[in-house]
Design a protein around this ligand. Sequence first.
Ligand SMILES: *Cc1c(COP(=O)(O)O)cnc(C)c1O
Length: 357
Amino acid sequence: MSKFWNDKIKEIEPYTPGEQPKDKKYIKLNTNENPYPPSSKVIEKIKSMNLEDLKLYPDPDVMELGKVIAEYFSNKINDKVTHKQVFIGNGSDEVLAFIFMTFFNAGDKVYYPDITYSFYPVYADLFNVKEVKIPLNDSFEIEIQKYFGLDGHIIIANPNAPTSIALKLDEIEEIVKNNPNQLVIIDEAYVDFGAESAVKLINKYDNVLVVQTFSKSRFMAGIRLGYALGSENIIEGLNRLKFSFNSYTIDRISIEAGIESFKDDEYFEKTNAKIIQTREKTVEKLKKLRFNVLNSSANFIFISHNKVFAGDLYKQLKENGVLVRYFAKDRIDNYLRITIGTDEEMGIFIEKLEEII
Ligand SMILES: *Cc1c(COP(=O)(O)O)cnc(C)c1O
């Protein structure tokens, strides 16, 4: 504490990222990174870059990457998406922070589930926005009727975190339709592991904003790239904010890595399919060990056991070299969130679990 901190910094409770241990080699199943490396095209491109160019600022409009992303989604949804509908940020966490700064006034309400990505409450506090938490039902599902006709913008992670459960596209569309005067922000950090993207809605509705990241399904948590897709006017707002804050949020290396990543669709599809396969095998084994496993559309699973307390399991797994995520929070303090690693890593995880229970 310093007397120079402002009032907000004195009172805010910052987000706690999952541990990135430096002491010991763990099987790291705690921060939902992809266990596989970036596409070899990305790696080759970075190695062949003329690093002397780093003396120059990067393109503040990130135009080339924006065009590649726009073209990718044009093909994917069979409808025209232009680079003016793409905003690129330094990780989707930054994109989300910019969304708060662009679309909320101090004192506005923001709606999200009571159990969801724990960064949203931090942003709400930081930007003086009033959070309204809508409870998930007893099966940890979002009840869409509770999101109709609200008087504030809405944020939904789809699939939700840490529950791993996804809404269907038509359910998202119902929420969008029933809030024509509110922005519906869909955080699709995990969408490529088994849910359907709401990008299909961006040309149909002017109140939907889709956020995605390179950190999970694009194997590049270390490069810091995220983006949002929406109508041109919505995206223009985000650019006004960015150019009032920091014109150069994306460095030259990240731009090249992002472009190459989108060019290697085959690696993207094949590798994420492998993660889904590993997830399904792991779920089967956990069910045999009598774990309750929520229905996952993500690269992680959310599990509990009625005989062994999750907090104890977390500790014992850590002692045995396996790091998972535990949240000592209301309603979910008997659950563990387990990132899906390689087959080999998940094999060891199951072995350790068997020993413990
Ligand atoms: C991981 C994650 C993010 C942040 O991703 P970055 O692009 O690495 O900042 C955003 N939302 C959710 C729900 C996430 O799990």
